[in-house]
Write a protein that binds this ligand. Structure first.
Ligand code: SF4
Ligand code: SF4
Length: 163
């Protein structure tokens, strides 16, 4: 897995123009059953992918934290939301709360998340490949394929299935 993660940014870059063209076409004429296809591709890819052997999202990007995330996680730590913010978060250029640093401070050496049950919504949904109207997040996906091997495989499979 480590070798693959090292190669992934280069691999994603080599496919970027082709994938970008694919998504532009998809946005103009999305197939009626796209949500269904994405569900199927997502499920079959994550049956093969073991996130515990990867954790590249937690190591390299980290999520944004919504107000609800901050309240839920603070409660878990039995601390005040403001204290939690001061200790772990900063505001980014888009005015969102994000981690002060990556790898995520809640990621263990064994790749387990120490706040798994209360983790941010963005962590639960990453890499968003099973969301509805997937064509609407193509810019984000084109970035995610350089981080997430599962997202990369899903996009490559999409291109094969929807030529
Ligand atoms: S979601 Fe993607 S980047 Fe994150 S651990 Fe799983 S395979 Fe790796
Ligand atoms: S909160 Fe958990 S799932 Fe989210 S980035 Fe940190 S370690 Fe990963």
């Amino acid at each position: 897995m480590n070798e693959l993660l090292k190669e992934l940014p280069k691999l994603a870059k080599s496919k970027h123009a082709e994938s970008s063209k694919f998504f532009n076409k998809l946005k103009k004429r999305p197939p009626k059953n796209l949500d269904y296809i994405m569900q199927e591709l997502h499920e079959s890819e994550f049956k093969r992918t073991d996130c515990l052997k990867c954790a590249n999202c937690c190591k390299t990007t980290g999520p944004l934290f919504t107000k609800a995330d901050i309240e839920r996680i603070s409660k878990f730590f039995k601390t005040k939301p403001q204290k939690f913010i001061e200790q772990y978060l900063r505001i980014d250029d888009d005015n969102d709360y994000v981690l002060k640093e990556v790898p995520c401070t809640f990621l263990g050496e064994d790749n387990y998340c120490s706040i798994y049950d209360v983790r941010p919504k963005a962590c639960r949904e990453f890499p968003h490949t099973d969301r509805k109207k997937f064509q609407q997040i193509s810019n984000l996906t084109l970035k995610n394929v350089a981080i997430c091997p599962a997202a990369f495989n899903i996009v490559e499979e999409m291109k094969r299935r929807l030529p």
